[in-house]
Write a protein that binds this ligand. Sequence first.
Ligand SMILES: NC(=O)c1ccc[n+]([C@@H]2O[C@H](COP(=O)([O-])OP(=O)(O)OC[C@H]3O[C@@H](n4cnc5c(N)ncnc54)[C@H](OP(=O)(O)O)[C@@H]3O)[C@@H](O)[C@H]2O)c1
Length: 330
Amino acid sequence: MQFYSPKNNRYDAIQYNRCGRSGLKLPTVSLGLWHNFGNVDSFKNARTMMRRAFDLGITHFDLANNYGPPPGSAEENFGKILKKDFSSYRDELIFSTKAGYQMWQGPYGDWGSRKYLVASLDQSLRRMGLEYVDIFYHHRPDPEIPLEETMQALHQIVTSGKALYAGISNYPPELTLKASKILRSLGTPCLIHQAKYSMFNRWVEKGLLNVLKKEGIGCIAFSPLAQGLLTSKYLDGIPEDSRAAKPHGFLKREEVTEDKISKIRQLNTLAQQRGQTMAQMALAWVLRHPEMTSVLIGASRVSQIDDAVGALKNTAFSSKELKAIDTILK
Ligand SMILES: NC(=O)c1ccc[n+]([C@@H]2O[C@H](COP(=O)([O-])OP(=O)(O)OC[C@H]3O[C@@H](n4cnc5c(N)ncnc54)[C@H](OP(=O)(O)O)[C@@H]3O)[C@@H](O)[C@H]2O)c1
């Protein structure tokens, strides 16, 4: 591939929102590397997508230790792309990674112990060829070990300089509040909560957003398109090259149900009336909350990144439109 020089006007298309009450701003659209960056995927396509994202002002890329497949390969491929194309731009970019799901065998390769989190981040940094990440997350709550230990591990990681900020993911509201209080008492405030949120999964509306607002924690919504369901892609069946058709995709064929398709069809009509694609309306809808710092999208091709950034042209909803969406989603 040709030498990469990012576009000079890359900061014109997107807004940057303050993450809670922190000093950090994140782009309204961020790109996640959960799918399409593993060793089973095209490296050239992955590289092209990262270039396009940065050209559009997407400064935030999200990873986890286990992204692939195989686990770890997304971080390795990302590291190779960084070295080839982005080594001069480290200070313009925000990288995050996480630990919390099974990564290696034995009792120290999963969940939320200090042993696991510290070792996992060291491995991630080696795979990506980085000295530090900007955000390090605990990926999911550990029901067994004391919350204090996991939060102390995040604090230790930040004070050691291996991450600039600490975040949590998939924590329910009450536990988020407890985690936030512990982190603040340690002197490392919780920067951000990474939570699943889309028209098909509205759990954050039942308490989490209130806690985040009160605690001054930012929110980044993952799978805002419900892994691609909230687009027009599945309206006429399951395309060969879609996530639902891929053996390693996390969206299963049986999740593409008649009931969901019928809702998407109605939502799609509404999106057309708004002059947007279905995906754009789904992203704009997630962003309607003032607590929402960023939508964390996935992409399998460049055009999907263009489509997502295009959503920012129309993020306002009338109360009539919101009501119509609620009625369809019931
Ligand atoms: N913290 C956690 O526990 C957690 C869990 C999951 C994900 N995440 C993060 O969230 C990120 C995003 O998750 P996600 O990939 O599920 O997000 P998503 O945005 O809901 O789904 C992305 C997928 O939808 C399809 N798509 C996107 N734009 C489209 C468009 N305009 N038209 C048609 N199809 C479109 C593509 O799949 P096709 O292959 O079908 O084209 C794409 O890969 C991940 O990469 C990861 O960083 C975090």
